[in-house]
Design a protein around this ligand. Structure first.
Ligand SMILES: NC(=O)c1ccc[n+]([C@@H]2O[C@H](COP(=O)([O-])OP(=O)(O)OC[C@H]3O[C@@H](n4cnc5c(N)ncnc54)[C@H](O)[C@@H]3O)[C@@H](O)[C@H]2O)c1
Length: 351
């Protein structure tokens, strides 16, 4: 009997999300985790014991010794670009967690290298696989909405500044709520409306809670006591993105602000129909009436299973890339545009 094809995977970064990935990969019989690298000794010890694999403090040594067919990059944002570039150079395909990198310049170089060296490059977006998102995407692609004019996307946390990791440090993360969680809301809404090309962005970003020691100490919240001394990222960021077809997407994201709503949502306004993600509904006209269309059934989709299985099937079996690097780049161009516009105080072009 022919031996089953397996995909050998090595990790760079062995923290929270890597542990989650590894647990999911371990469920598939066509995957083998062959190594990991982390600068933290405790993390290496844990992985060596849990998976009985060699661990490395220097990922370049791991790339040289193991020559992994797929490298899963799960380091903080400032360490997506270099490990991904080095892994592609060393001959590996790459799966990189979101956001794809610190900025669009890095993403462009990653896309270029993947094309030049014919390496597969997948970004760790998963919310696009949700049943509600697929429902809206299919209805929009089928022309149910006519021309999309305006989309309003939000991801609000009232007081949700992570009190672990490096999420409050711009130099290590590239930004705050916008790049960390706004990326999720933006990528799935943009995917649902058909991935239009961004051409110009205007926006602003503010820090007014995260750097206040009294708020971190005295206001009760789920993650109190974050490091206010090093906090230099956006609590609230807003932006307006103009696409090549002249439609507009407005984005509002907060790690912290004084607001009633929590979580993410979006509204889509087309010439023939509109929609909300939550509640999942299409608003349109039919039979001489204004009608609301609610799907009677949406399948239970395990978005993490689709994400991980998608990577394996793309790399091992030549299946489609469900979250291509080109998407990561365009999403990052929009995020960059908001940060850049906030800095210069005017609209910026996307190039
Ligand atoms: N898709 C999602 O829903 C999702 C969820 C959580 C995190 N993420 C992304 O995953 C990435 C990691 O986040 P996390 O929550 O796992 O962070 P984390 O802090 O738990 O883990 C990061 C790990 O990288 C290690 N590391 C740092 N420098 C290194 C180096 N030079 N070489 C090797 N390892 C190094 C750290 O020691 C740590 O163990 C971030 O980019 C984050 O945005 C995505």
């Amino acid at each position: 009997m022919a031996k089953k094809k397996t995909l050998k995977i090595a990790f760079i970064g062995g923290g929270g999300i890597a542990g989650h990935h590894a647990g999911l990969f371990s469920k598939y019989d066509d995957v083998e985790i062959i190594g990991m690298s982390d600068v933290a000794p405790a993390s290496r010890k844990h992985w060596a014991e849990a998976y009985d694999i060699p661990t490395y403090s220097d990922y370049r040594k791991m790339l040289r010794e193991l020559k992994p067919p797929l490298v899963d990059v799960c380091t903080p944002n400032f360490l997506h670009y270099k490990p991904a570039m080095d892994a592609m150079q060393a001959g590996s395909h790459v799966f990189v967690e979101k956001p794809m990198a610190m900025n669009a310049r890095e993403c462009k170089a990653m896309v270029a290298r993947s094309k030049k060296l014919r390496r597969k490059l997948v970004v760790g977006f998963q919310h696009r696989f949700e049943a509600r998102v697929q429902f809206l995407k299919e209805a929009i692609a089928a022309g149910r909405f006519g021309k999309i004019m305006f989309t309003r996307v939000s991801y609000y946390r009232r007081r949700g500044i992570p009190n672990w990791g490096v999420f409050g440090r711009k130099e290590l993360q590239g930004g705050g709520g916008l790049i960390d969680v706004g990326v999720h809301a933006l990528e799935q809404a943009w995917y649902a409306i058909g991935r239009p090309k961004p051409v110009a962005v205007s926006g602003n970003a503010w820090t007014f809670i995260g750097d206040d020691p009294k708020k971190a100490r005295d206001i009760k919240c789920m993650w109190p006591g974050w490091d206010t001394k090093t906090y230099n990222v956006d609590d609230l960021a807003v932006g307006q993105i103009r696409f090549a077809d002249n439609s507009i997407l407005a984005l509002e994201v907060s790690f912290a602000m004084h607001n009633q709503e929590e979580g993410f949502n979006y509204k889509i306004h087309g010439e023939k129909a509109g929609a909300t993600l939550d509640p999942i509904k299409i608003y349109t006209d039919d039979y001489g009436h204004m009608v609301d269309v609610t799907p009677a059934y949406l399948p239970e989709i395990d978005i993490w299973d689709v994400k991980m299985r998608g990577v394996i099937d793309h790399v091992l079996n030549g299946g489609p890339n469900l979250a291509p690097a080109e998407d990561g780049l365009m999403v990052q161009q929009m995020l960059d545009g908001i940060y850049q516009s906030a800095k210069v105080g005017k609209e910026v072009r996307v190039s």
